[in-house]
Every structure is written in C-alpha cells, then in structure tokens.
Design a protein around this ligand. Structure first.
Ligand SMILES: *Cc1c(COP(=O)(O)O)cnc(C)c1O
Length: 358
C-alpha cells in the first residue's frame, strides 16, 4: 500500500475521558466538524459518545444532518448558519441551532412556527473574537426578541455562548477580557429572563488551561484527536492525550547518489556528500504542505529526519545520510508511531477525500 492513515479510536476514547476529567464540573461537547478534523466524522462521533461526550458539535447543518442520518440521537449543535437555513430541517431533527444576529433569530423563529415545534437555540456573543457572534451593543435587542419568541413558544434559548481568540496563548490579556465581557452579556440575558441550560465559551486550550472558563459546557475539538492546541501549552502527552491518527507511507525508492547532487524541483537541497536518498510517495496533492519543503519531519529507518528539498505533488525525498532502508519500508509522517490499531475504512489519507466516503 502506498500510504495509509490509521485512526486509533481507542486513543480517541481515552482522550475524551481525559478531557472530561479536565473539566469535571462541565458537560463535554466533542467537536467533529470538517470530518472530525480529517479523522472520519461518524466513527469518531460514535467513539466520543461511547466515552461519554454529552454533546456533539458541528459547524454546518449538513454535518449535523449526517450525524443524525448515522443514527446519533444525543444533544447535537451546529453553529454556522447562512440566510435561508435549513432551519426547519434542523429543528425537526432536534438539532440545537445558533443565532448571532436578528436575521438568524427571525429565520429560526419563522421555521419553528412553520413546523409547529420549539427550536432549541443558542445565542452567540462576540466577546472579542471579532468573528461570528453578536456585538455587546446589539445584544440587548437580540436578547429581548429571543425572550419574546420564547414566551410565544417558538424557541427555547438553551444556550448562551461565545468563542476565544487567544486561549492558546497562556496569559494573553484577551482571555480575561473576553471572560469579563461574557459574564456581563450572560448576566444581561439572565436579567432579561433567559434561563439557558448551558453557558459555554471554552475550546480545547481553555478547557486544558483556563478552569474559570468552563461554565456549564466545554467544546473540545483538536485535543480530542490527541493534538495539543499550541506548543506553548506543552505537549499532548503533558495533558494525557494521545495522537489518534498515524500517517505513514511505504518507501518507493532507495538509491545511492554522489555528493553535490541536486534533489527535487529547484534543487533547493544538494547532497553534502555521497549518500542514500529515499523517496516517500506522498506530496501536496495528499495534503503534505508544500511549505514543509526542507523543514517537515519524517520518521525513516528509526530516526526523525527532515524532508530534503521541495515537496512535489505526490512525492518527496529524504536524505538517509549514513543509514539505509529498503523499498517498502515505512516512513511515518505523524502519529504516535506505536499503538495504532485500527485502519481507517478506506485505508487512504483522510484528506484524500473521495465522494463515496461516508
Ligand atoms: C472549532 C471550534 C471549537 C473547537 O476548537 P478547538 O480549538 O479545536 O478545541 C469550539 N467552538 C467553536 C465555535 C469552533 O468553531
């Protein structure tokens, strides 16, 4: 096999349990957007539920529908809405929706009235990220209209929420500032009569390092997959997390070359002396970043080495120096390198998406 991505669902379950333990007073939402960060959404979602995830989080309604179609019946939220919905389909599928502004609230209310059901809706506050979310100045109007729609029975405001900008930079002043704005915006909403089930702002980094951000629910994405949100925080292992995916490829060529030999496009690498070059048959077409040229790590013949020269569309070269290897030997691009047990269903790198993959 040319290359394979192995997804270790036992590691994912262990990570979910570790994250629950990191936020013991809050519920846990496992974020499975973008095909579970490329790990395969449905199997990862199932494994997360098995390990006790109270909620699943998706970006788009389409992702949430795919989870329902796969049989998931638990609490499920999606937050990336555009005018036109599909609000009604989400409400009928018992998916928690989100509104950052009046247009979204009004569309959700209209859809709820049309299908005669109460929409479960989270109001999103922009406490400083400057991305999605309602600005503090616009919040009272959004809250008031949501409260009126709740009184009428069209919606139930199940959540008040926000998102951090710099939680992966320990001590960044925006963390405390956003928490303070969030507390004020929540207090205003509660004074206006809203009684949310969950108030939530913490992503992975905040879950692991900012306990006062946990509130009622934490939303963990990247850490679920055993990746630390930022090297500044430490390693994944420091938090008891294990990489879920191992990406490896079989060497396609091993050959001796003289010193002074240019390697790959642009000859950005030149062999310093007579040496052995190994060819790894994956490239930027498979998602290996082209900016890993000359810098990316790869484990070959028992040592971590650096990609030699330019990453091409489907191959790159590694200089083995004084070591040797055989065609077919394994090169590991990332992952724990051990303990991976379960091949992904297609046996392909998950970013090499095929339309038939489910
Ligand atoms: C992606 C995302 C998360 C998860 O963030 P991580 O840093 O991967 O834990 C949480 N909340 C929202 C709104 C997101 O978009």
């Amino acid at each position: 096999m040319r290359a394979r991505a192995v997804v270790d669902l036992a590691a994912l379950r262990a990570n979910v349990r570790a994250l629950r333990a990191a936020a013991p007073t809050a519920e846990l939402m496992t974020v499975v957007k973008s095909d579970a960060y490329g790990h395969g959404m449905v199997p990862c979602a199932r494994a997360a539920r098995e390990a006790g995830a109270d909620w699943l989080g998706a970006a788009t309604p389409e992702e949430a529908f795919a989870l329902r179609a796969a049989g998931d019946t638990g609490r499920l939220m999606c937050w990336l809405w555009t005018p036109g919905g599909p609000w009604r389909q989400a409400i009928e599928a018992d998916i928690d929706v989100s509104a950052s502004g009046l247009w979204a609230l009004r569309e959700a209310v209209a859809a709820a009235r049309a299908c005669g059901r109460t929409a479960r809706l989270h109001l999103k506050a922009d406490t400083g990220l400057g991305r999605n979310g309602c600005q503090p100045d616009d919040w009272p109007a959004l809250v008031a209209e949501a409260r009126a729609a709740e009184a009428e029975g069209a919606i139930r405001v199940t959540g008040l929420w926000s998102h951090f900008a710099c939680a992966d930079e320990p001590g960044h002043p925006s963390i405390a500032a956003q928490l303070s704005v969030f507390r004020d915006m929540v207090a205003h909403a509660e004074q206006a009569g809203l009684r949310p089930e969950v108030r939530h702002i913490a992503n992975s980094a905040a879950t692991l390092t900012v306990p006062e951000s946990h509130f009622d629910l934490v939303r963990t994405g990247v850490s679920t997959y055993g990746i630390c949100p930022s090297p500044e925080l430490g390693t994944a292992a420091d938090f008891g997390l294990r990489p879920v995916m191992t990406l490896s490829a079989a060497l396609a060529s091993v050959k001796r070359v003289p010193g002074g030999h240019g390697v790959s496009y642009g000859h950005r690498y030149v062999t310093p002396g007579e040496t052995t070059l190994a060819l790894v048959p994956v490239g930027y077409g498979d998602g290996i970043p082209r900016h890993a040229s000359g810098t990316g790590p790869v484990l070959v013949a028992g040592k971590w080495r650096t990609i030699a020269g330019t990453v091409a569309m489907d191959q790159f070269v590694v200089d083995l120096g004084g070591d040797t290897a055989a065609p077919g030997d394994e090169a590991v691009l990332f992952g724990p390198g051990t303990g991976a047990s379960r091949p992904s269903r297609t046996g392909r790198a998950p970013w090499a998406r095929s339309p038939t993959r489910s």
